[in-house]
Design a binder for this molecule. Structure first.
Ligand SMILES: [Zn+2]
Length: 244
């Protein structure tokens, strides 16, 4: 048997050697362009880079929340499901009308706010449309509104154009709301709006929002809004951008 002090020393030397080897390997990897982020690749990154290179899409559709982040909840209804259902209906119509688009998510994937912005800014689309549903402690609150960045030159005008379509949904018209600190409105480099379609916390709105026909109707109005905005701001990029 070796003396305990000698044994401790050997263990210490062994641990130090392992630490030095790990540090050398890490230094080598970093020097060769390895990023700590590579350890945790996000699904969206590979999905995004797999997109074919081409002209910038006219519009980016951002279905709010997703994955482990449900957004507002009322019973078994989660905002992330409602926003996705509406976004997928929007996608169908955009495809039919041959309007170029990019979906931030088209399934139940978590995408961070930073990634949403990064994708939008890299794609350099003309318009960013984020789809959300509201919720409030007072269940009497209901209706639809369009939020915009008050520091954007075109934000309010674009929001107004969209809201005048969303008024047709038959929900209470909550008009426009300046939201300077909403992440996706603040950091997108293109005009952006965020739609708060109904309140999940309101019985009447909840019934509408979970109805497939209503989701389709929402999508129709959103696309009409996009076409109206395109007619004014980027008519060459959307062929069907004449008012109906
Ligand atoms: Zn939301």
């Amino acid at each position: 048997m070796k003396r305990p002090s000698e044994r401790s020393l050997r263990i210490l030397i062994a641990l130090l050697s392992i630490a030095i080897i790990l540090l050398s390997v890490f230094t080598f990897l970093v020097k060769n362009g390895f990023s700590i982020k590579d350890i945790f690749p996000k699904a969206i990154v590979s999905e995004f880079s797999a997109q074919p290179e081409g002209p910038a899409p006219a519009v980016i559709i951002d279905a709010g929340h997703g994955g482990w982040e449900p957004g507002a909840i009322n019973g078994s209804i989660q905002e992330k499901e409602v926003t996705l259902a509406i976004a997928l209906e929007v996608e169908k119509i955009l495809k039919e009308k041959d309007i170029s688009y990019f979906m931030i998510r088209n399934d139940d994937t978590y995408v961070s706010l930073e990634d949403r912005i990064k994708i939008a800014n890299e794609k350099a689309c003309r318009l960013f449309v984020s789809i959300h549903n509201n919720s409030y402690t007072d269940p009497a609150q209901r209706g639809v509104l369009t939020a915009y960045n008050p520091y954007s030159d075109t934000g309010k005008d674009i929001a107004g154009i969209m809201q005048s379509r969303l008024e047709n949904l038959g929900m209470r018209n909550r008009e426009l709301m300046p939201r300077p600190n909403l992440y996706v409105l603040r950091y997108t480099s293109m005009p952006s709006i965020l739609l708060e379609i109904g309140f999940l916390s309101n019985k009447k709105d909840l019934k509408l929002l979970t109805d497939g026909d209503f989701q389709q109707k929402c999508a129709q109005q959103i696309v009409l809004g996009i076409e109206d905005i395109a007619a004014k701001y980027f008519p060459d990029e959307v062929k069907n951008s004449a008012k109906d």
